[in-house]
Write a protein that binds this ligand. Structure first.
Ligand code: IPE
Ligand code: IPE
Ligand code: MG
Length: 224
């Protein structure tokens, strides 16, 4: 049975879910947040140490302003209401990506990271304004500045995910089979699960099916 330390998720399909329900894309985003809460709870229950959630890519800025603003207002509300509770559950909150939002949200994100920085039960990495290519470029520039050698361990240590083991599992909901600039370096040996369901329909049972399938998978890492 493979142990599970780190699960990464591309939470895709909110917009289509909202439209399918004859409402708006934003309605889908709001519902998607409920899946986030379910999956956090289940991850705690399963004693998995790291959960990385792709919430907003560097390319998502190209969406209409009303949708971008709505996504950040959802996040602002969620953190304002829930960060104390996450803290009491010993969850550590970390943002992957450059914090270039409005001042209020930047402050709230910094506050949340600081408040929870010593928690050890579950680390939630929220990929926000995240792009894997820019993360790798940023790491290489750090090495150049520090006059360090460009090698595998130095690059790994200068990514936003430093101190996080590589994901054992990547899940992408929403029936698309692509990585969309997510963790290109870190996913080198992850088991990938593409899920047909849209993110707001994804539940604990779907999650557990994937975790169980993973446990039985033979991982080789190049060996036999
Ligand atoms: C959520 O799904 C992911 C975010 C960028 C927040 P989408 O908004 O991409 O939903 P679809 O893929 O358009 O249905
Ligand atoms: C990936 O989904 C980003 C997030 C889930 C945050 P997208 O919906 O942006 O990906 P593409 O554009 O369909 O590849
Ligand atoms: Mg999408």
């Amino acid at each position: 049975m493979n142990p599970i330390k780190h699960v990464a998720i591309i939470m895709d399909g909110n917009g289509r879910w909202g439209i399918k329900k004859r409402k708006s894309r934003n309605f889908g985003h709001k519902q998607g947040l409920k899946s986030v809460e379910k999956i956090i709870k289940e991850t705690l229950k399963k004693k998995i140490r790291f959960l990385t959630l792709y919430a907003f890519s560097t390319e998502n800025w190209k969406r209409p302003k009303n949708e971008v603003n709505y996504l950040f207002s959802l996040l602002d509300n969620f953190l304002s209401n829930k960060i104390k509770e996450l803290h009491s559950q010993k969850i550590k909150f970390v943002v992957l990506g450059k914090k270039k939002f409005n001042k209020k949200l930047n402050n709230l994100l910094n506050y949340s990271e600081k408040l929870t920085s010593n928690n050890k039960k579950l680390q939630i990495n929220l990929a926000l304004n995240y792009g894997s290519k820019s993360e790798i470029i940023n790491a290489i520039n750090n090495l150049k500045k520090k006059k360090l050698q460009i090698n595998e361990s130095n690059i790994t240590r200068n990514l936003y995910t430093k101190n996080t083991p590589d994901p054992d599992i990547l899940i992408r909901t929403g029936d698309r089979k692509r990585l969309s600039n997510f963790l290109l370096w870190q996913l080198a040996y992850s088991e990938i699960f593409f899920e047909k369901k849209l993110w707001p329909d994804f539940n604990e049972k779907d999650y557990n099916n994937i975790l169980n399938k993973f446990k039985k998978t033979k991982r080789n890492f190049g060996k036999i």
